[in-house]
Design a protein around this ligand. Structure first.
Ligand code: CO
Length: 630
């Protein structure tokens, strides 16, 4: 077992950090633990071997604004720092959200609003507390609130999203556990159809699917030592964060005996789901599922044979409960390898030989259930040096009830009397590249055509336009599929055997939108990171989350827009690349009642990092029919 400063926090370490905070005289008696996470060492300390093992503890005390941020040494359990931060709100807390559900159900105005809809069975009402955003309601001021929306189940296992209780919104004070306001925009007819997705509700089931078995009789090709994973020429460490979920550290590829660095750290730093319907019931919906709920906190255990196939290694995630106790999510992270089709192939028509090599990839994944939606995050490492992040979106769209026969302008009808609003899912990947070392540059590369003329007599010429992005404002960029625009992360001081600077290329895998809401809208200000696909910053340890550390009910402007406004230099320094990607979801009838997986993501490809195809040494598959050369 290695003892890297980047090992995940153990349950015992969480207990020690919690105890150290509790026994400090400054600890407020009723404080809630928002999180206890690994205090990641600064890069310089990691390199110099001077990293201190420590935990970060966030507390919230009382119903108002403000949090307490504590750093606890895990070497001697001492308090390294204790800071009260005013005017900010933590992520939504599970305990308070549960209170919101039960307290709302007992409120006479809420019960009366249900009665106006003929609903008397309050037990089968499903209440979803939503992050509130910032919309100028009095209820938002100086409070930590949720907006609660409701659905009706016919029994406890029913899919409540079949029956939105339209027009009814409750503003709930989470800190004080009280209903502030019951808002009723008017009754809409309750949809009648079920939206059940159990096998027993969808018979007859297909009977002609024959089994597929994935077997690895000699075991997998990877090894695991603590949180260090080695597979083929790759090595990486993983940790698990309440907000970002899976975090990759120190991703390297061993090439000719040299362990070469590629990424120092990679994660999803934030995401936002803004809805495009301007109505009273939908217009305020814009969930920051990393910062407001937490992709790690909402992670569920994975099941062998269902979520991953093959020879699986699971990692548990150890987070902290709101009482400061260790809380284990068993089998939170899945590690496995899988066949990935052909890696390369050629048939020599003259020589009569054919050569094929299979592609294979190492998969590190987790799946977060954020209320109605599921997000699966799958990092792939390939034999040829490619790294890919694939996000799989599934679960249930957030629906609304409509009067039967009406045709909503900003939503798709998915069932009689049910529609789902246009929305986006926009993710911010924070990619701290260290391509052959920490000093890297970012270049925008795209094609440009030439005017017709003596240098282009057949009007066919196109070439690469390469622009180094020198400052932060220059580096706010958007994708352009027409010019194959991509970004190279270049080490200007290291060259390959051809004399070219070594690089990795961030390649959009498909057209990816930016935020459609106006920049000066509430969500436009709060999700500034989503206004551009690319941002680049000089490395700062504290710049970790694209919308800032406290996005819940934050008025906006924090994170990438604020940092990059300084227009710092990106030359001769350690750079961090932030990539906004995702999709605009115009809901289909086929997305109901549960959405077939939809994909988004990006690819990181070596570009002159190697001297030639690095997968030439992949052996032909047994039994030898895949090659005929000598
Ligand atoms: Co969607």
């Amino acid at each position: 077992m290695t003892t890297s400063p980047l090992e995940m926090l153990s349950g015992a370490e969480i207990s020690r950090a919690s105890a150290a905070v509790r026994t400090d005289s400054r600890f407020p008696a009723d404080a809630t633990f928002v999180h206890i996470v690994l205090h990641e060492p600064d890069k310089a300390d990691l390199v110099q071997g001077t990293a201190v093992r420590a935990a970060e503890v966030q507390l919230v005390d009382g119903p108002g604004l403000g949090v307490i941020e504590v750093v606890v040494s895990l070497d001697d359990d001492s308090i390294i720092s204790w800071d009260a931060i005013d005017g900010v709100r933590p992520t939504l807390l599970f305990g308070e959200a549960m209170h919101a559900i039960f307290t709302t159900k007992e409120h006479p105005e809420y019960i009366a609003a249900l009665a106006r809809r003929g609903i008397t069975d309050v037990d089968n009402v499903q209440i979803d507390p939503w992050p509130a955003g910032v919309f100028g309601y009095d209820a938002e001021t100086d409070r930590r609130i949720a907006r609660c929306i409701s659905f009706l189940r016919t029994d406890p296992l029913d899919n409540g999203y079949a029956r939105p209780i339209e027009g009814l919104i409750v503003h709930f004070d989470l800190g004080r556990n009280e209903v502030i306001e019951v808002i009723d925009h008017g009754v809409v007819t309750m949809p009648e159809q079920h939206a059940r997705y159990f096998a027993s509700d969808n018979e007859p089931l297909r009977t002609d699917l024959k089994p597929i078995h994935i077997t690895q009789p000699d075991g997998p090709s990877f090894t695991v030592d603590g949180n260090l994973i080695r597979w083929q020429k790759w090595a990486l460490r993983i940790t698990f964060d309440p907000y970002e979920g899976l975090v990759l550290h120190q991703v390297t590829y061993t090439d000719g005996g040299r362990e070469r660095s590629i990424l120092h750290r990679a994660s999803i730093s934030e995401m936002v789901v803004p809805y495009g319907d301007p109505g009273e019931q939908q217009g305020w919906k814009n969930a920051f599922d990393a910062g407001e709920w937490g992709l790690g906190r909402m992670t569920q255990s994975l099941t062998l044979g269902c979520d991953c196939l093959g020879e699986i290694h699971y990692f548990d995630a150890v987070l902290a409960s709101e009482k400061g106790e260790p809380q284990v999510i068993e089998n939170a992270i899945c590690l496995h390898e899988e066949d990935a089709g052909i890696g390369w192939k050629h048939v020599d028509l003259f020589g009569g030989t054919h050569e094929v090599r299979r592609s294979r990839r190492l998969v590190v994944s987790f799946i977060s259930t954020v209320g109605n939606y599921e997000y699966g995050f799958f990092w792939y490492f390939y034999l040829d040096g490619n790294i890919q992040l694939e996000v799989k979106l599934t679960g249930i769209v957030s629906p609304m009830a409509i009067e039967p026969g009406t045709n909503p302008e900003f939503a798709t009808v998915v069932a009689p009397g049910v529609a789902a609003a246009n929305h986006q899912h926009l993710f911010s990947a924070r990619l701290d590249f260290d391509v052959d070392g920490s000093v890297n540059e970012v270049h925008e590369v795209e094609t440009e055509t030439l005017p017709a003329g003596p240098d282009n007599p057949w009007k066919n010429a196109f070439r690469v336009k390469d622009t180094r992005l020198d400052t932060e404002l220059d580096a706010r960029r958007d994708t352009n599929a027409a010019t194959s625009r991509a970004w190279k992360i270049v080490n200007p001081n290291v060259t390959n055997a051809l004399g070219q600077p070594t690089a990795y290329k961030l390649t959009p895998m498909m057209s990816t939108p930016t935020l459609l809401a106006h920049p000066d809208s509430s969500v436009g200000k709060r999700a500034g990171f989503a206004q551009h696909n690319l941002w680049v910053t000089p490395y700062r340890a504290e710049e970790r989350r694209a919308a800032g550390n406290y996005p819940n009910q934050h008025e906006g402007g924090d994170g990438l827009p604020r940092w990059t406004a300084a227009d710092r230099s990106l030359v001769d320094t350690d750079v961090v690349v932030w990539y906004t990607f995702g999709l605009t979801h115009i809901v289909r009838p086929e997305d109901w009642p549960v959405t077939p997986v939809e994909y988004t993501g990006f690819l990181l490809r070596p570009f002159g990092f190697f001297d030639r195809n690095p997968a030439l040494d992949v052996p032909p598959s047994a039994p030898g029919a895949c090659h005929e050369g000598p």
